[in-house]
Design a protein around this ligand. Structure first.
Ligand code: GCO
Length: 265
């Protein structure tokens, strides 16, 4: 006889981020700004980050005008000294980062045979090494506090497959996928969950040149089952999930928000 196993109704409060503080690198525009909006809507206080004081201040004002709790932290993720200084400044203000989203990233498109090592290094330093530098500071504090934490790294379709002319970005985003697993391997024991989001082709400033290129635009639309570019706000739900208690048993994963691109030949 089939046992009537009543499933407990989902406790939707698991998705509530009230009382949590989220640092989102590169959150003055684009995907980072959309993730800030999403986590703020779920109740989190947002630490906005960028490299320029004015842009960070404007982004904080924008969130505050929406009634969200927000503050700014200006640093370059690839500059270890500035990252350490920024975390020490947060410490001094009693601000504890419960959720880190490593979103900051740059793009540089050029065939490898023409690529200068300096350009390679700049992209990898920001997109991959920067994620390590910032996560190390956050994890040290999460471990010391003893109440766990959430780390979300932003990958890419290029975490799985390569596109010509974006080798340093591809190498870095491939590294993000496995760095996420390395974080899970070392920090799960401290109740830290480290996961990644792999956006498809999203309508962002970084992709303006591609969006405005009719051939590229047609390629994107014909290459994913959704038949369109994604919007930055379409990434926020996955970020809230990975930032929340609803994902406490999820670690080392990458979730592709790509219109089905990677799933369909
Ligand atoms: C490019 C784009 C991509 C997208 C995204 C795709 O030049 O191909 O910039 O890298 O930004 O990463 O997932």
């Amino acid at each position: 006889m089939e046992k009537n196993i009543m499933a407990a109704p989902l406790d939707t409060s698991l998705f509530n981020l009230s009382g949590r503080t989220a640092l989102i690198t590169g959150s003055v525009r684009g995907i980072g700004q959309a993730l800030a909006d999403g986590l703020a809507a779920a109740g989190a206080r947002i630490v906005v980050n960028g490299r320029r004081e004015a842009a960070v201040a404007a982004a904080v004002d924008r969130l505050s005008a929406q009634g969200c709790a927000a503050l700014g932290s200006v640093f370059d993720v690839s500059d270890e000294a500035s990252v350490i200084q920024a975390f020490e400044a947060l410490d001094a203000q009693g601000i504890e980062v419960d959720i880190l989203i490593n979103n900051a990233g740059v793009q540089f498109r050029k065939p490898m045979v023409e690529l200068a090592v300096e350009d390679w290094r700049r992209v990898v330093d920001t997109n991959l090494t920067g994620a390590f530098i910032v996560a190390r500071q956050a994890a040290r504090r999460m471990i010391a506090r003893g109440r766990g934490g959430k780390i979300i790294n932003i990958g890419s379709l290029t975490s799985e497959a390569a596109r010509a002319t974006v080798a340093p970005y591809t190498a870095a985003k491939g590294g993000i996928k496995l760095l996420t697993r390395a974080m899970a391997a070392e920090w799960a024991q401290f109740d830290i969950q480290a996961n990644a989001i792999g956006p498809g082709y999203i309508l962002t400033e970084m992709n303006t040149a591609l969006i405005e290129n009719p051939e590229f635009d047609a390629w994107v639309k014909s290459s994913n089952p959704a038949g369109r570019w994604g919007r930055p706000d379409e990434l926020a739900g996955t970020a809230v999930y990975l930032a929340s208690a609803a994902s406490n048993y999820v670690n080392g994963q990458i979730i592709y928000v790509d219109g089905g691109w990677l799933s369909v030949l």
